[in-house]
Design a protein around this ligand. Structure first.
Ligand code: ZN
Length: 599
């Protein structure tokens, strides 16, 4: 029993054209010295202080028909003057962010994460709350549906949450979205696709059902939720996802949804399925198996952990693996995706500067705040983290007749199911237990250190060859062999934008040695006006070691640089199945990829 009547929230679409929600919060017995309210500064799953309070237009209080003064006490805190109660706080919030992290309102759609709208009465965090959503009783709102996994509590749009954390972990979608449904793991799954799209819904339901079923089977017991919802916002260009305990919000390109009649999944659709698979895996790995630093979340400040490489990296490893293991993509497509990740990491000089555990810890100030120098000074705990997870899986498979799946099941039993936070040393301890040996050296070198995991060797033990080549142009993401004669001969050591501006200048490359800097705009190379074609042609025709004069603008000043060309690095990876591999290696390969056993 709660000592108080539940905190009651009411959301109204105050002005859809001004993108303003009005949110009322009723507190029946406010604190006698004046009730204080707080708003989260970040949302779990996205590790940056976002200051949701900056979108609050105004906050006022009322009680018994009279106004109650409300004073701001901190960037994220308000205090109402003492009153007998019940107290109502009324906030107006500007909501026009299409991302999956905050809130959005126009005449076509309302969407919100509770943390962006709901003030939390201090001291009442663990108490039950109720929510009521009021839609205008006119078109177009009469045609709107509501998609959320918040438990309903009666008729209409009324809901109930066990506590504030639960209230803000079920985002709400209101629009005339396309509904879909399927069953996986014996549990009903729903889809809500908002935005213009022409998706082949039965195809999407069928493919997602296979991926979800595979993940539920991996963890063994029935899913730790009684229903699951994929909220999808289809847009022209956009990509993002955020995990919740029994739902996920995805922002996706409408071209990434399956076109009617599509047979082999397109690259864009595989990308979408990978995103959906990623967020679904999080329902286990980070929403329930979660770092001790997040139990409970302190949403008023940064939550530090060195384990994001595991919660994001292992999840990134399983997102695409689930696609091949569930039969939604072929083994060769999967190997292409892995080759692209290896390529992306190889093109990051910062992988030898920052470890994935350090990248995890500094997510708040580095990974979520990338700048000109990020590729030289840091590494993605998603990408390198997924390669560390891959290396662990292949290592366990080749030497211990165990798998990373066994580690995940152990983590689930030990931490996820009982709701215990994973201590900072919990993951290596679980791996050591499954491996049956000390794995300190592996973690010291590849997780806390900056070495590349020994992938070539591990792939070889699974009958797969990892080859490196030069890139064949700026759009080459790797994953496949190059067509004959297309590999670039030389490189400048830069990432060049379409506007000929240097977005990144890579450590130790010819451009950095010559003195070029991020932000410089190329004007001429060797006396010839710069263009994408001219740059590509010159890199192809001149021998390495050739010296050229580069003209570039730094801000508005024309500068001249003497640059010595260097051979393009072997930074583009692709994987091929080794037809001559031993039977044992090919058996391991089949077990890993879920392909038929070799004869
Ligand atoms: Zn993630």
């Amino acid at each position: 029993m709660s000592p108080h009547a539940p905190t009651h929230y009411q959301v109204a679409l105050a002005d859809v054209n001004a993108h303003v929600f009005e949110v009322r919060c009723d507190v029946h017995q406010p604190a006698s010295d004046g009730q204080r309210f707080r708003l989260p500064t970040w949302v779990p799953g996205s590790y940056l202080i976002r200051e949701f309070a900056r979108h609050f237009v105004d906050v006022r209080g009322e009680s018994d028909g009279k106004s109650v003064a409300v004073a701001k006490e901190a960037k994220d805190a308000w205090r109402a003057a003492p009153c007998a109660g019940p107290l109502t706080i009324v906030a107006r919030i500007y909501a026009f962010d299409l991302s999956v992290r905050t809130a959005y309102l126009d005449a076509r759609r309302a969407y919100f994460n509770g943390g962006a709208l709901f003030l939390c009465p201090e001291g009442r965090e663990s108490e039950t709350c109720t929510l009521e959503i009021i839609l205008p009783q006119r078109e177009p709102f009469l045609a709107w549906r509501c998609a959320t996994t918040l438990p309903r509590s009666g008729d209409g749009l009324t809901f109930r949450a066990d506590n504030y954390d639960a209230l803000i972990d079920h985002p709400v979608e209101l629009s005339d979205f396309t509904p879909g449904e399927f069953v996986a793991g014996g549990i009903p799954h729903e889809l809500a696709i908002a935005g213009r799209h022409d998706a082949d819904l039965p195809r999407l339901e069928r493919d997602l059902a296979r991926v979800c079923q595979w993940q539920a089977d991996l963890f063994g017991s029935s899913p730790p939720f009684s229903r699951y919802l994929f909220q999808v916002m289809a847009v022209g260009e956009g990509y993002g996802g955020l995990e919740h305990r029994s739902s996920t919000s995805l922002l996706a390109s409408r071209n990434g949804l399956p076109a009617p009649g599509m047979e082999e999944p397109s690259d864009a659709y595989v990308n979408f399925l990978g995103l959906a698979s990623h967020e679904y895996f999080h329902a286990w790995n980070v929403k329930r198996i979660k770092p001790a630093a997040f139990t409970p979340y302190d949403l008023s400040r940064e939550g530090y952990t060195r384990q994001l490489w595991a919660f994001e990296g292992i999840t990134s490893y399983y997102d695409d693996l689930a696609l091949v293991r569930s039969g939604v993509i072929t083994a060769s497509k999967y190997l292409e995706l892995v080759g692209r990740v290896v390529t992306s990491v190889l093109r990051t000089p910062g992988r030898h500067v920052q470890s994935v555990s350090a990248s995890s810890f500094d997510a708040w100030i580095k990974f979520y705040r990338p700048d000109d120098n990020s590729p030289n000074a840091g590494v993605s705990y998603y990408l390198k983290g997924s390669l560390v997870a891959l290396a662990l899986d292949l290592l366990l498979r080749s030497e211990a007749r165990a798998t990373l799946d066994d580690v995940m099941r152990l983590l689930w039993r030990r931490y996820g199911e009982p709701g215990v936070g994973v201590p900072e040393a919990g993951i290596p301890a679980a791996v050591a237990e499954v491996a049956g040996r000390d794995v300190g050296e592996f973690f010291a070198r590849y997780v806390d250190g900056t070495e590349d995991p020994p992938l070539a060797e591990l792939f070889a033990s699974h009958g797969i060859m990892l080859d490196l080549r030069r890139a064949s142009g700026p759009t080459d993401r790797g994953g496949k062999p190059a067509a004959a004669g297309t590999e670039t001969r030389n490189a400048l050591g830069v990432k060049l934008g379409n506007d000929l501006r240097l977005q990144h200048v890579f450590s130790g490359g010819p451009a950095e040695v010559a003195g070029l800097a991020p932000g410089d705009t190329l004007v001429a190379l060797d006396g010839v006006r710069a263009s994408q074609d001219a740059v590509a042609g010159m890199l192809e025709r001149l021998p390495d070691g050739a010296r050229i004069v580069v003209h570039a603008f730094r801000r508005d000043e024309l500068m001249t640089f003497a640059l010595t060309l260097a051979a393009a690095p072997l930074d583009t990876a692709f994987l091929t199945i080794d037809a001559a591999a031993s039977t044992e290696s090919r058996r391991r390969q089949s077990a890993w990829l879920g392909t038929p056993e070799p004869l």
